[in-house]
Design a protein around this ligand. Sequence first.
Ligand SMILES: [Zn+2]
Length: 141
Amino acid sequence: MPATQSHPGSTQERFREGAPRGNALALVAAMWDGFRLRCPSCRQGAIYASLTRMNPACPRCGAPFERDNEGDFLGAMVTAYSLTVVFAAVLLVLLFVLTPLPVYQQMMITAIASLLFLLVFYRNLKGVWVAVLLALLRWFP
Ligand SMILES: [Zn+2]
């Protein structure tokens, strides 16, 4: 994005104008940046200002992290839930294949580990949603 030009539009419009052509690999890289709590656009700005407070936009490049839309929050929840389900499924299969434990114990371990995963990584999972949201802004203006 040309930083020297100023545009009269909103933050989202300005960001959209400088959007590069993306592909699936770029989306995965952006999602990883979001998971690392780094701006998926410039890869350097911090998504979070403090432990619980998210920056509304990237402090470095101005990419919008939040919008005043409740559907966006729902998207963050769905992203966190989906990735936790993937984690749970992989863990359950690993326990089933690698341990002689009874099934109910495998399921208990999976349930507790999944809850901990969600609690520990919620910020990171929300960062992944930020990357998805920015990609949607770019590809479907
Ligand atoms: Zn940035």
